[in-house]
Design a protein around this ligand. Structure first.
Ligand SMILES: [Zn+2]
Length: 72
Protein backbone atom coordinates (compact mmCIF):
# COMPACT_ATOMS: atom_id res chain seq x y z
CA UNK A 1 0.00 0.00 0.00
CA UNK A 2 1.47 3.37 -0.94
CA UNK A 3 0.43 6.68 0.55
CA UNK A 4 -2.28 7.34 -2.03
CA UNK A 5 -3.88 3.99 -1.30
CA UNK A 6 -3.82 4.68 2.41
CA UNK A 7 -5.45 8.08 1.82
CA UNK A 8 -8.19 6.51 -0.28
CA UNK A 9 -8.73 3.81 2.29
CA UNK A 10 -9.13 6.36 5.09
CA UNK A 11 -11.49 8.47 2.97
CA UNK A 12 -13.60 5.40 2.22
CA UNK A 13 -13.77 4.47 5.88
CA UNK A 14 -14.83 8.00 6.83
CA UNK A 15 -17.49 8.03 4.13
CA UNK A 16 -18.84 4.68 5.27
CA UNK A 17 -18.95 5.89 8.86
CA UNK A 18 -20.82 9.08 7.97
CA UNK A 19 -23.32 7.16 5.83
CA UNK A 20 -23.93 4.79 8.72
CA UNK A 21 -24.47 7.76 11.02
CA UNK A 22 -27.00 9.31 8.64
CA UNK A 23 -28.84 5.99 8.38
CA UNK A 24 -28.83 5.63 12.16
CA UNK A 25 -30.27 9.13 12.66
CA UNK A 26 -32.90 8.63 9.97
CA UNK A 27 -34.00 5.45 11.68
CA UNK A 28 -34.21 7.13 15.07
CA UNK A 29 -36.17 10.12 13.73
CA UNK A 30 -38.52 8.08 11.59
CA UNK A 31 -42.10 8.06 12.77
CA UNK A 32 -43.89 4.72 12.80
CA UNK A 33 -46.77 3.90 10.48
CA UNK A 34 -49.84 3.73 12.68
CA UNK A 35 -52.68 3.63 10.15
CA UNK A 36 -53.68 7.08 11.36
CA UNK A 37 -52.64 10.54 10.33
CA UNK A 38 -49.95 11.57 12.81
CA UNK A 39 -51.32 15.10 12.87
CA UNK A 40 -55.13 14.89 12.90
CA UNK A 41 -55.70 11.18 13.58
CA UNK A 42 -57.77 10.47 10.49
CA UNK A 43 -57.47 6.88 9.28
CA UNK A 44 -54.93 6.51 6.47
CA UNK A 45 -53.30 3.68 4.54
CA UNK A 46 -50.71 1.70 6.51
CA UNK A 47 -47.82 2.94 4.43
CA UNK A 48 -48.47 6.68 4.80
CA UNK A 49 -48.18 8.86 7.89
CA UNK A 50 -50.46 11.74 6.97
CA UNK A 51 -53.85 12.13 5.33
CA UNK A 52 -52.72 15.17 3.36
CA UNK A 53 -49.78 17.35 2.50
CA UNK A 54 -51.20 20.01 4.80
CA UNK A 55 -51.12 17.68 7.79
CA UNK A 56 -47.57 16.66 6.89
CA UNK A 57 -46.54 20.31 6.67
CA UNK A 58 -48.29 21.26 9.90
CA UNK A 59 -46.83 18.30 11.75
CA UNK A 60 -43.34 19.13 10.52
CA UNK A 61 -43.81 22.77 11.46
CA UNK A 62 -45.02 21.79 14.95
CA UNK A 63 -42.12 19.40 15.45
CA UNK A 64 -39.66 22.06 14.33
CA UNK A 65 -41.15 24.72 16.62
CA UNK A 66 -41.07 22.28 19.54
CA UNK A 67 -37.42 21.57 18.82
CA UNK A 68 -36.68 25.28 18.69
CA UNK A 69 -38.25 25.72 22.11
CA UNK A 70 -36.23 22.80 23.43
CA UNK A 71 -39.25 20.58 24.04
CA UNK A 72 -37.83 17.76 21.98
ZN1 LIG B 1 -54.44 14.57 8.82
Amino acid sequence: MDEVDVGNYVAEQMLAASLAEVARRAKKDAQPFTGKCLYCGDPVADFVRFCSGECSDDYTWLAESRKRRGLG
